[in-house]
Design a protein around this ligand. Structure first.
Ligand code: UDP
Length: 238
């Protein structure tokens, strides 16, 4: 096992599967099983869930909405996804806690760092919902922040449409090459579509590695945790 404690970032799109919106029961089952296989190894797993399959603040803003309001809607979308994921995990017997960065005590626990760490130590999967709780941020930044707070060894960034970081969009450009390794400086300098620059800087400053990989291939989360060479790894230093 290469890692003892991980943060898994699941974008909303990754949970939507091929349809690109809403939740795919097939993908939810596959993700839950993959998480179980890794939890069974004794790996401590925190999951940050996105909301782009339901709503993105940017879209609302482009429609003329107040940006902060639109972003709060995005954060609420992540809560819906988190509850769905909790359900999928609990259906196969994995103890799970959802913690929200915006308080909604009837729905889930509020985010408390020490409590989250305690859950992880007890073998519970912790799902972080509602992003960092502030507009103008993303769930990628949330993954970076929670990884630092949890002292996780790596962020596993699961993608549903690509198996790593490429020099250009491989669906559009046939000459796009896949990188095996990168630094955050490369990502920032070349403007590679890995994560937003706030998230990249936070990872770089705190020396948190990131593995970008495809979740569509069954067993990939386990391969990632075992340190097998899949996807693209981004590090603080070369
Ligand atoms: N969001 C936010 N603050 C956060 C995290 C998310 O305002 O800390 C909002 C933002 O509007 C974003 C939406 O929630 O567009 C959904 O999150 P994100 O786009 O990161 O989801 P993903 O792309 O991972 O599905």
């Amino acid at each position: 096992m290469a890692y003892k404690r991980i943060v898994l970032k699941l974008s909303g799109e990754a949970l939507a599967g091929e349809q690109g919106f809403g939740l795919s029961p097939k993908v939810m089952r596959s993700v839950a099983n993959q998480v179980k296989n890794v939890a069974d190894l004794g790996v401590e797993i925190a999951i940050v869930v996105g909301g782009g399959n339901i709503w993105r603040g940017k879209i609302g803003h482009e429609m003329g909405m107040d940006r902060a309001n639109a972003d709060y809607m995005g954060m609420l979308a992540t809560v819906m996804n988190s509850l769905a994921l909790q359900d999928s995990l609990e259906q196969i017997g994995i103890e799970t806690r959802v913690q929200t960065a915006i308080e909604m005590r009837q729905v889930a626990e509020p985010y408390i760092r020490r409590k989250a760490i305690r859950h992880l130590e007890k073998g519970r999967v912790v799902i972080f919902a509602a992003g960092v709780g502030n507009p103008y941020f993303s769930t990628d930044t949330t993954a970076a922040l929670r990884a630092a707070e949890m002292e996780a060894e790596i962020i596993l960034m699961a993608k549903n449409n690509v198996d790593g970081v490429y020099s250009a969009d491989p669906r559009v450009d046939q000459d796009a090459v896949k990188y095996d390794e990168l630094t955050y400086l490369d990502v920032l300098k070349e403007g590679l579509a890995v994560m937003d620059s706030t998230a990249s800087s936070l990872c770089m400053d705190n020396d948190i590695p990131l593995l970008v990989f495809s979740i569509m291939e069954e067993g990939n989360i386990k391969r990632a945790v075992l340190g097998e060479p899949i996807g693209t790894i981004v590090r603080g230093k070369a």
